[in-house]
Design a protein. Structure first.
Length: 196
């Protein structure tokens, strides 16, 4: 066996052992199917807490306590009937005119004042919030995190095994990070169905 092949085989074995020791199969709260997850629920909540601080700093929170309390109350009522009702959900209004709503791991849901101006009824607002709760409930962010980590692992392995690939690894790494920024259409449809 050539020296390079021995290194390749050992590297595969080590990475496989690391993956098995780190990874866990978790049942998806929505589908009930077991999925490979590289982030536990407590870690997901901690990641959400860190991300929450960054989002609040980047966008700023909309300064209307009455509106914030209304959104939080509506969100909590909806979250109680979600697949992950035990999560400590938080609902916040961001001071941005952009029409957007999004959720981050651990149950943090954000609506911009821009999207609120387009929600002409409580039913429409509940639909938007429910959709974001659906993403959290199905662990879409945790799935993306897992896929991104596995892709990074594959890139690292490729860089170790191929000098040519190693030279392109930086560009490939950028591609991987942008690949996982948005949810797929299937995930968006699932979040719509869960929101309803």
């Amino acid at each position: 066996m050539k020296n390079r092949e021995k290194i390749k085989w050992k590297t595969h074995a080590i990475l496989f052992a690391i993956l098995l020791s780190v990874a866990s199969c978790a049942a998806n709260p929505v589908t009930g199917r077991h999925e490979l997850m590289l982030i536990s629920e407590p870690d997901e909540i901690r990641l959400g807490q860190r991300t929450d601080a960054q989002i609040a700093q980047a966008y700023g929170l909309y300064d209307d306590p009455k509106l914030g309390a209304y959104i939080a109350d509506l969100g909590r009522r909806l979250a109680k009937v979600s697949h992950r009702s035990r999560l400590p959900f938080e609902f916040k209004v961001l001071d941005s005119p952009v029409v957007n709503a999004f959720a981050v791991p651990g149950g943090y849901v954000y609506l911009t004042r821009g999207i609120l101006s387009h929600c002409k009824s409580e039913a429409k607002l509940a639909g938007v919030i429910g959709h974001e709760i659906g993403h959290v409930g199905a662990r879409h962010s945790a799935q993306q995190y897992t896929r991104a980590q596995l892709a990074q692992l594959e890139l690292g392995l490729g860089a170790i095994l191929s000098e040519d690939f190693g030279q392109l690894a930086g560009l490939a790494q950028f591609g991987v990070s942008t690949l996982f920024l948005k949810f797929s259409r299937d995930k968006e449809r699932q979040a719509d169905n869960l929101g309803v």
